[in-house]
Structures are given as C-alpha cells and as structure tokens.
Design a protein around this ligand. Structure first.
Ligand code: MD6
Ligand code: FE
Length: 226
C-alpha cells in the first residue's frame, strides 16, 4: 500500500523514496522473508523498553561449550532466555548472572513479533523468549542452526537495529552455499516451516556509527522455545 494515494501533497516532510513503497517483502526461501523497514514505525516505542530490559539483564559475553568466548554480547527477556556455558546451549527461566528470572518481555516486543510473523504468513505466533544480541565492530556470528527450541513448528522473528550487517543465509547442510543478505536498522527477518533449520550467521560487523544506536548493531530474535 502506498501512503500518498489520493492524499495531500508531499509537504517536504518525506523524501520521494519514503513515499514510494515498492514490494518491501523479499523471499529468502520458501518460508523465509525479509520485511524491509517493518519495525521503523515501532522504534520509538521499542527503544525505551529495550533500555529497561538491558538495565535489568546487561549484555555479557558467554562461553561456548567448546571454550570460546562469544564476540557477540547476549541478553534475553521473556519466560525463557538462551544461554551457553561449558555444559552446553540451553534455554533457562533464570538469568545465570543475576540468578533471577529474565526480565518480562515488553508487550510492544510481543506485538511487533506477532505482526511480523503474520505478515510472513505465520499466524498466531506467541513468543516466550527474546534473545538480544549486541555486535560491536568486528563481532560476528558463525554459521549455526537454531535448534535448542522444543519444537520447530513456530517461526523465528529477527529484528535488526543500529549498524547494518551482512546476514548469511545458508541451506540445510553446513557446507551449502549461503546467500549474503544486507540487514538494515528496522528490517525484520521471519523464517519457519521448511526453512526453520537452515544454517545462518553474520559476517564481522563493519565499523560505523548509527544515528540512534551509535557504534553497534542490536539484534532481537523472538522464539517459541518452551
Ligand atoms: C543476527 N541472528 O541476525 C543473528 N537466528 O544477529 C540469528 O542467529 C538468527 O536472525 C535465527 C533466526 C533469525 C536470526
Ligand atoms: Fe540463529
């Protein structure tokens, strides 16, 4: 839908490129979509809630079962949070750092995730976990599958904020060729169904400064984990 059809003239508040809204949904696979700019109208409501979550559960660098410190800082909100340590990867209702439950998932997070899933044809998504990743310049995420969730029938909804990144979207096997997908502030990726277990990762973050978030990229992934 275009927002200027038959409406008032452009009073100079928007550039022409804001007013033209071409198909902003891109297919990465049969059941995976990039929703370009989907979250932009939500940002003002999201950021204060994100700050509150991070005040209660700050980013920390977790250790993989193989003994490596992750370059990405992690936190979570919702009933379950994703953690890793020498015993493995898992979801836990308790933040191992505070020994308290993870902060509740803000309602605006849940609503955004549900609407994005709906826009990608996954109806009734009800996330119980939001993993929050913080990338500083140079941080990366190696190719992996998301498979610690109890069942794979729910999609994953992933929101990018701040600096741009190159997302790698591979196949069902680690060695399959991957697509390189630039993700910008406000973009949302939704995937599930036959694409749910595809390998994916993020290339080392290029340095830069974002007008709202500064020298970082924050990624929120919503899951139904329990
Ligand atoms: C990231 N995302 O974009 C890392 N996983 O920073 C993920 O690992 C991811 O974006 C599952 C589904 C969507 C994702
Ligand atoms: Fe992932």
């Amino acid at each position: 839908m275009r927002c200027n059809d038959g409406g008032p003239a452009n009073l100079g508040l928007f550039s022409d490129s804001d007013l033209q809204q071409p198909a902003r949904i891109e297919a990465l696979g049969p059941q995976s979509r990039v929703l370009r700019g989907f979250a932009l109208p939500w940002i003002e409501a999201l950021l204060p809630q994100l700050d509150a979550v991070l005040a209660a559960a700050p980013f920390r660098h977790m250790i993989t079962p193989g003994g490596f410190t992750m370059s990405v800082g992690l936190s979570s909100c919702g009933q379950l949070g994703w953690t890793t340590d020498s015993n493995g990867y898992r979801y836990s209702p308790i933040d191992p750092q505070s020994q308290q439950p993870w902060p509740a998932m803000p309602e605006v997070f849940r609503q955004l995730a549900e609407m994005a899933a709906d826009a990608a044809d996954f109806k009734g998504f009800n996330p119980d976990s939001c993993l929050i990743n913080c990338y500083q310049p140079g941080a990366k995420m190696s190719l992996h599958q998301d498979k610690n969730e109890r069942d794979y029938s729910a999609p994953i909804v992933s929101l990018s904020l701040g600096l741009p990144a190159i997302f790698l979207f591979g196949g069902q096997q680690r060695g399959d060729k991957s697509q390189r997908v630039p993700l910008l502030h406000g973009d949302v990726v939704v995937w599930g169904g036959v694409d749910r277990l595809r390998y994916h990762g993020v290339l080392p973050l290029k340095d830069g400064s974002h007008s709202l978030l500064g020298r970082q990229r924050i990624n929120l992934t919503f899951r139904h984990a329990g």
